[in-house]
Ligand binder design. Structure first.
Ligand code: ATR
Length: 278
C-alpha cells in the first residue's frame, strides 16, 4: 500500500513504532493516512531495532516526537522514562512514549483500547455478571486482566506456566489454572467471554491453538487479540461452533486512537477514524 503525503520537509515531525523484529505492524497504515487526513505535518515510521538503547540514541539524534513501543520493549523502556502514567505502573508495561523537554513520558493505551473494543463487541457498558476466561499471563494479559477487574467481570486466567497465571489472578481475586485438562475444566464456569492474549496462532504458526483441549458450545463470545492471520485457528473453531468472534484489529485501532491523542495533545473521536475507511 502506498501513502500519499502532503509534503515532507525539514520541519516535518517524525513519529514511529519501535520493536523487534517488527515484521507484523499495521500502525503505519493507521497513522500516515490519519496525519494526511487531519493535515498534520508528520510521518510515522517503523524502527525495527535489536537494541533499545541504540534506538533511544537515534531518537535523540532525529528528535523523534513520540513512538509506539512494542514487543519486546514494553517493559525494558520503563527505566528510561521521566514520568509514567498510573496504568504503566500497575500494568508494568509501557506502549507509548512522548517527548517532553525533560525526557520521555510513558503511557499504556493497550488497556483502554482493549476495553473499548470488547465493550463494543458485546454491546455493553461493563462486565457486571459476566465470567471471563483470559488465556495467557504475559504483558498483554496484565493489561486485559486489569480492565476485566475494573469493568466488574469475574475472571479465570489460564496459562501454560501455571504460577504466572496464579500471580496475576491473585491480584484481582480471579481463579487460575494451566492449559491442561484441569484448567480447561474450570472454564465451564467462566466461558461467557473468552479472551486469547498470547502470541500462539500468530503468523507464521497459524496451526497452533492454545485452547485445543476446549470444545466450544457455541454460546461463548470469543476475542483473540491477534490480527494476523485475520482468523486464528482458535477463532475459526469458535466460529464453526456458532460463537460470536472478533480479532485484535479493532483493539489495535482503538489503542492507536489514544496514542494519536497523546502524540498530538488532541482529542480524536471515532468519527474521524470512520472517515479514514480502514
Ligand atoms: P506479551 O507481552 O505479548 O503478552 P509475554 O509477556 O512474553 O508477551 O507473554 C507471552 C504469553 O504467551 C505468556 O502467557 C506465555 O506463556 P508462558 O507464561 O507459559 O510462557 C504465552 N505463550 C508463549 N508461547 C506459548 C506456547 N507455545 N504455548 C502456550 N503459551 C505460550
Amino acid at each position: 500500500k502506498l501513502y500519499r503525503f502532503r509534503k515532507i520537509t525539514g520541519n516535518t515531525k517524525v513519529y514511529g513504532v519501535v520493536g523487534y523484529p517488527l515484521t507484523v505492524t499495521s500502525s503505519p497504515e493507521f497513522f500516515n493516512p490519519l496525519f494526511t487526513q487531519e493535515k498534520v505535518d508528520a510521518v510515522y515510521v517503523p524502527f525495527p531495532a535489536d537494541s533499545l538503547n541504540s534506538f533511544l540514541r537515534l531518537a535523540e539524534e532525529i528528535q523523534l516526537e513520540g513512538a509506539s513501543v512494542t514487543i519486546p520493549y514494553k517493559e525494558e523502556v520503563i527505566p528510561h522514562l521521566i514520568s509514567r502514567s498510573e496504568k504503566v505502573d500497575y500494568i508494568g508495561a509501557c506502549n507509548t512514549i512522548v517527548r517532553s523537554p525533560r525526557g520521555w513520558m510513558g503511557y499504556n493505551t493497550d488497556a483502554r483500547g482493549f476495553s473499548d473494543s470488547l465493550l463494543k463487541f458485546i454491546g455493553r457498558k461493563n462486565l457486571f455478571g459476566k465470567r471471563v476466561t483470559i488465556i495467557g499471563a504475559g504483558g498483554a494479559a496484565r493489561a486485559i486482566a486489569a480492565e476485566v477487574y475494573r469493568l466488574k467481570g469475574g475472571g479465570l486466567i489460564l496459562n501454560r506456566t501455571v504460577y504466572r497465571a496464579k500471580d496475576l489472578a491473585q491480584r484481582y481475586g480471579f481463579a487460575w489454572g494451566g492449559l491442561d485438562n484441569h484448567g480447561i475444566g474450570l472454564m465451564d464456569r467462566y466461558s461467557h467471554i473468552i479472551i486469547q492474549t498470547t502470541s500462539v496462532g500468530m503468523m507464521p504458526d497459524v496451526d497452533a491453538d492454545p485452547l485445543e483441549l476446549y470444545n466450544f458450545s457455541g454460546k461463548e463470545m470469543v476475542m483473540d487479540i491477534i490480527y494476523r492471520p485475520e482468523k486464528t485457528k482458535l477463532l475459526s473453531r469458535a466460529e464453526d461452533a456458532g460463537c460470536s468472534i472478533i480479532n485484535g484489529y479493532d483493539m489495535l485501532i482503538q489503542q492507536a486512537k489514544y496514542q494519536y491523542n497523546l502524540f498530538m495533545g488532541a482529542d480524536l473521536d471515532n468519527q474521524i477514524i470512520q472517515k479514514l475507511n480502514l
